[in-house]
Design a protein around this ligand. Structure first.
Ligand SMILES: Cc1cc2nc3c(=O)[nH]c(=O)nc-3n(C[C@H](O)[C@H](O)[C@H](O)COP(=O)(O)OP(=O)(O)OC[C@H]3O[C@@H](n4cnc5c(N)ncnc54)[C@H](O)[C@@H]3O)c2cc1C
Length: 811
């Protein structure tokens, strides 16, 4: 074993082998994999190893397509052909109209990535899968590429190719410790000696937290026991004359695929069991958990009813092994939060299907600093301080029980809630708030008309839309109040703060005390990395001059990482997070100034406190920092209050608001209003796949500035011209909104993708944002948008159709 390498990947399952291979493919050959036992001796060896192209967002679909292309290439490699049953086809079943709507939407998302999924009815399901009955079945989603691969051969093939490209693979070499040095390089300690390296990658599967502990971190990854069995041969399969398609069933929670002349059936039983919570036996390797078929009797009945041939079939063998989950079901592939030169590719619960793609996107992140798709949906920093193994295990159980039941729009599942709350949460719930969650924070979605009220979840407009409409109306005509919990807020102090921000932000950074500005941060490829509200708070009895950097709730770890990694050693800048210490109350509407003036001493007139100002004040008796900024398009104030004074401030605003008809509102109303204003959401509309010009943020770029991160690359991109442009669409439908990922077409050809959509109550328009090919990104251009299976006509309109002159915001 060498004692030095540029990258050491720890773990030789599909995650580690794929990461290693892709590092060599991206051009780094000085890389090493260290595995404590044989390759694939963790979960990978016993995987059912199904490989589908289905995904719920474009990044997941794109990375799965990469897996499939790679696996086909490996299958066809004459030197080391891998067993891969590509193209058996697979069906996701549905017995409700809402599920079918979801499949129609996901088929459109896939189409935008060049993947053909087909929505079929129950009879067609039975025609393609002759073993199933159509009882209690509406139809399904057909993936023609579905199949399965030999997991051991796949890993050996990837390791073999990596070795040929210069990588080293060390088996039977447990990693026992990790030491990080002052220059951020690492020593990897193993039972066979130390290896010095620049970068470490945790690919430890269900042991990822043992490796995490070696570097002082805990990953939100928990394991569940998961079982499948293999049946004896089934005569009906032989009679069919072709391979039987795969089946995934959200009605009865099982999957199946053909295995030789019989079936492999895997189960997601309700009586499920977390695994390894209190430590994992060091000898557990190439091993399985004890069979426990009693646990799956509930779901087995459903499988028998769907495939009656199973009732006359014996079980050949049972496999029960650990499978990893995260808080939201997607893996953690990217930088380890709070660490330098440390990456992970962990929490994979469909690692065979996805592993090829995850290794690819991880290697791109390591080598180029960013992957070709926006990787936020798998970024390990998308959870922040609340991301414990305890919470993860609760979410894992919930997710496991709902394996094939996708989340509906606006669905916030109950496990692990409430996780993060403010002193106001119980008060708001008492006032009828229906709460959603944002990065673990409870946040008002809308105010329910009665305690028993429940929304019908689905992909169409629902009964909640009328409620949201009333909330918007209150904001447009009088005044609304809402709480924005968990908003990310850093305080920057020091002599060099403005110079530092000037370097980080691609546009003008306001330096004037008492002023607020919006800025965008680019990566070194000139693409959009972050969005920040910069507020210059003048010195006061609460402290010296300070700058607040405000950004989306989930961005705390991401943005902190980005800012800290760019701080020069000799720069006088301190950054501390106030995210968990303060909460925002937003007051918005034409009466907002009157309410604020009654609740807080001081002159709040337009002249004394114009749009884009910041000032410290007291709301009633609660100290607060007030920003005159608006996400709703109405006159509005963001009132930041330390949590201990939040209730007092809230009471003061409610009292002051009463004579003005103040109404409590939720984030659904805010979402609708921001669409009418052309305002963007980070990671919905602001993505690393596009630069600020493509995203319509030209006015936030000051290209003549001496320097800023990403400037050179942005200049090159300007020369090349845009690949897409973000536009606003007005959609000709009052049945359903366009959702993120839906395809936009002209003459049937896909020319773009929706990022966000919803009803605009003040403009009475069904609005969406979409990135379109530049030729089509012209106001007046007619297109169609795929909305749950229909191609609905839509016109490109000017961005921000509501109050385009900003008269109301500046009022
Ligand atoms: C029953 C079952 C069925 C499944 N079916 C499917 C399916 O159909 N399709 C699909 O896509 N996925 C499926 N999965 C999930 C899939 O198998 C996993 O997502 C995948 O195998 C995880 O791979 P990994 O590389 O992350 O982890 P692992 O395979 O567990 O690899 C981690 C490796 O790290 C090594 N390691 C750990 N600690 C150290 C250390 N200190 N030093 C050195 N090495 C170390 C381990 O020995 C191990 O080899 C299934 C899982 C189960 C349990």
């Amino acid at each position: 074993m060498r004692d030095q390498a540029r990258v050491v990947v720890i773990g030789g399952g599909i995650a580690g082998c794929s990461a290693l291979y892709h590092l060599t493919r991206e051009g780094w050959s000085d890389v090493m994999l260290i595995e404590r036992d044989e390759l694939t001796s963790g979960t990978t060896w016993h995987s059912a190893a199904q490989v589908t192209n289905f995904g719920m967002n474009q990044t997941m679909i794109g990375l799965k397509s990469h897996s499939i292309r790679l696996y086909q290439e490996l299958r066809d490699d004459p030197d080391y052909p891998v067993g891969y049953n590509y193209g058996d086809g697979g069906i996701r079943l549905a017995n409700t109209q809402a599920q079918m709507d979801g499949y129609r939407h996901f088929a459109s998302v896939a189409a935008g990535m060049g993947v053909d999924l087909e929505v079929i009815d129950a009879d067609e399901c039975a025609r393609r899968h002759p073993l199933i009955s159509t009882d209690n079945l509406l139809g399904g989603l057909w993936d023609p590429t579905d199949g399965h691969i030999d997991p051991a051969q796949l890993c050996q093939a990837l390791a073999r190719r990596a070795r040929l490209a210069g990588a080293e693979v060390n088996r039977h070499t447990p990693v026992t410790g990790l030491t990080q040095h002052a220059d951020n390089t690492w020593t990897v300690h193993t039972e066979k000696g130390d290896v010095r390296c620049e970068i470490v990658v945790n690919a430890g599967g269900y042991r990822c937290n043992e490796i995490g502990a070696m570097m002082g971190v805990s990953h939100p990854v928990a394991s569940m026991e998961h079982q499948y069995f293999l049946t004896e041969d089934i005569p009906a399969i032989a009679e069919v004359g072709h391979r039987i398609p795969l089946l995934r069933c959200p009605i009865s929670d099982y999957y199946s695929r053909q295995e030789k002349g019989g079936l492999l059936l895997g189960f997601y039983e309700q009586d499920c069991r977390p695994w390894g919570m209190d430590g994992i036996d060091p000898k557990f390797s190439n091993d399985l958990c004890p069979d426990d078929l009693d646990r799956i009797t509930d779901v087995l009945e459903g499988a028998f009813a769907r495939m009656p041939a199973l009732m006359e079939t014996g079980i050949r063998s049972v496999v029960n092994g650990p499978i990893t989950y995260t808080i939201d079901g997607a893996p953690l592939v990217g930088p380890v939060p709070g660490k330098r030169n440390a990456f992970c590719i962990i929490g994979l619960r469909a690692g065979l299907g996805e592993g090829g793609g995850h290794g690819w996107l991880l290697a791109q992140q390591i080598v180029h600093g960013e992957a070709q798709y926006d990787t936020w949906v798998i970024d390990p920093r998308r959870f922040t301080g609340h991301a414990s193994v305890e919470l993860t295990s609760l979410k894992a159980i919930e997710d496991y029980r709902n394996e094939f039941r996708f989340h509906f729009p606006h669905e916030h599942r109950p496990a692990g809630r409430p996780m993060k709350t403010t002193p106001l949460t119980p008060v708001l719930v008492g006032e009828g708030a229906h709460m959603g969650t944002v990065n673990g924070w409870e946040r008002i979605d809308y105010i329910k008309p009665s305690q028993e009220f429940e929304e019908t979840l689905g992909f169409r407009f629902s009964e909640v839309d009328a409620i949201v409409g009333e909330e918007v109306n209150a904001v447009a005509t009088a005044v609304g109040l809402t709480e924005v919990s968990g908003f990310n807020r850093f305080e920057l102090t020091g002599m060099d703060v403005h110079n530092f921000l000037d370097r980080m932000i691609c546009g003008t950074v306001t330096k004037r005390p008492g002023r607020v500005g919006l800025g965008y941060l680019l990566n070194r490829h000139g693409m959009l990395k972050a969005e920040a509200t910069i507020a210059n708070i003048p010195a006061s009895d609460r402290g010296g001059d300070r700058v607040w950097y405000g950004s989306a709730a989930a961005s705390e770890f991401h943005d902190m990482d980005w800012l800290r990694s760019h701080l020069g050693e000799d720069e006088d800048v301190s950054i501390r997070s106030l995210t968990n210490a303060q909460t925002i109350l937003v007051l918005a509407g034409p009466k907002a100034r009157e309410v604020l003036s009654q609740a807080a001493r001081g002159d709040w007139s337009r002249e004394a406190f114009p749009w884009l100002s910041v000032r410290e004040a007291h709301i009633g008796i609660a100290p607060a920092t007030v920003l005159s900024v608006s996400f709703s398009g109405e006159l509005a104030y963001e009132i930041h209050v330390p949590n201990e004074g939040l209730y007092a401030a809230y009471l003061a605003l409610r009292r002051a608001g009463e004579p003005h008809g103040l109404k409590l509102i939720g984030s659904r109303a805010v979402e609708s209003m921001r669409l009418e204003k052309g305002y963007l959401h980070w990671k919905a509309d602001i993505l690393t796949e596009f630069d600020p010009f493509e995203t319509g943020l030209d006015r936030f770029v000051k290209i003549n500035k001496a320097t800023f991160v990403g400037k050179d690359a942005l200049l090159q991109r300007m020369e090349a011209g845009p690949t897409r442009r973000l536009v606003t669409l007005a959609i000709n439908s009052d049945d359903a909104p366009a959702l993120g990922g839906a395809s936009v077409r002209v003459d049937g050809r896909i020319i773009g993708t929706v990022t966000s959509g919803g009803w605009g109550y003040r403009t009475n328009l069904n609005l969406a944002y979409a990135f379109l090919e530049p030729d089509f990104a012209v106001p007046g251009r007619e297109t169609t948008v795929d909305i749950i299976g229909e191609r609905v006509s839509a016109r490109v309109i000017e961005s921000g159709p509501y109050d385009p002159d900003l008269a109301r915001v500046r009022a």
